[in-house]
Design a protein around this ligand. Structure first.
Ligand code: 8DG
Ligand code: MG
Length: 294
């Protein structure tokens, strides 16, 4: 089936509210709410498509945008590639130029609206931070460094250290301060190794589920289980595996687009790679060394 390339705009106003619109009943995925946007025409850049569609649908001018997430999604009747951008700056006041209902919605209320299935990953991309610090091993020194360097909404802390019992107090302190803490087999926020991911038939019953992925098959499995976010690795050579095979950034980008959910770049990446990773559609960077004091 031909893939329909769609430019999608997540328009945010100063107080953080997001602009959403209701699709007409006769449209594909009709009656559901959407982020405004539409098909990229032949010869158009993504910027041109965003500017044209948003002007046609809402009567405003897009002045500045940056990539949020790209999602390939196969509906039974249509295959789409949603190229989703955050609109930071615009001129005018959005209104439904095609008669469609348009509302400003606080981020925390988006979950109360019904969106097409492909949008689940977009909603998660809006909530998740750009940084995932992996603690392996966990140390008091690193926990202190992280809480001094990052606010609770800027960081997910993934405790990969299996031997963490002496740090249980520090971990509950982190949670009390509001830091999301990801652990294997946690009832709230659980992580699956690729081996666990491959062996599962159904999604475990947790609020947030993440997984490690290394190839297409694992990403398809994460899509099927509706995993909320993934780590794609190894992107580059790491000091711990100097001679190992790596994906490289081109392959990372391809895999991230195939994933329905936000994808962090992991393996041989550090904070200096952040802009590059975001430009390729990553949610951000995950790592061990990248999140240690010098
Ligand atoms: N704009 C938009 N489209 C979405 C979202 N989620 C999602 O699955 N889609 C799908 C539905 C459609 O198959 C396709 C978007 O096409 P569209 O109908 O908006 O295209 P268009 O504005 O050029 O409109 P039209 O003239 O063809 O009706 O992407 C979303 O959040 N926003
Ligand atoms: Mg449209």
């Amino acid at each position: 089936m031909k893939v329909v390339h769609v430019a999608v705009a997540v328009i945010e106003r100063e107080n953080g509210d997001i602009c959403i619109a209701k699709r007409a009943d006769h449209q594909h995925q009709g009656g559901l709410w959407e982020f405004p946007g539409g098909k990229v025409e032949a010869g158009e850049t993504i910027t041109q498509a965003l500017q044209r569609e948003i002007h046609e649908e809402l009567g405003i001018d897009v002045l500045a945008h940056s990539p949020l997430i790209s999602v390939r999604y196969r509906y039974t009747d249509k295959h789409v590639l949603l190229d989703v951008h955050r609109i930071h700056q615009f001129e005018g006041e959005p209104h439904g130029k095609e008669g469609q209902p348009v509302v400003w919605c606080p981020k925390s209320q988006l979950k109360n609206y019904e969106f097409p299935a492909a949008n689940k990953g977009i909603l998660n991309a809006l909530i998740l931070p750009k940084q995932v610090a992996i603690l392996d091993p966990i140390s008091n020194e690193q926990v202190e460094y992280l809480t001094q360097s990052y606010a609770p909404d800027e960081l997910v802390i993934y405790v990969r250290d299996e031997n963490k019992s002496e740090f249980l107090t520090q971990l509950s302190d982190l949670k009390d301060k509001g830091y999301p803490v990801l652990q294997k087999n946690d009832p709230l926020m659980a992580h699956l190794t690729s081996a666990q991911l491959n062996s599962l038939e159904d999604r475990p019953d947790v609020i947030w589920l993440s997984a490690s992925c290394h190839n297409e098959a694992e990403i398809e499995k994460a899509n099927a289980l509706e995993v909320d976010f993934i780590f794609i690795s190894p992107v580059q050579v790491t000091p711990s595996h100097p001679g190992g095979d790596v994906l490289g950034w081109d392959k990372f980008q391809e895999l991230a687009e195939l994933a329905h959910m936000p994808a962090y770049a992991l393996g041989g990446v550090d904070m200096q790679d952040m802009e590059h990773a975001l430009a390729l559609g990553a949610q951000g960077i995950a790592g061990i060394r990248a999140f240690k004091a010098e």
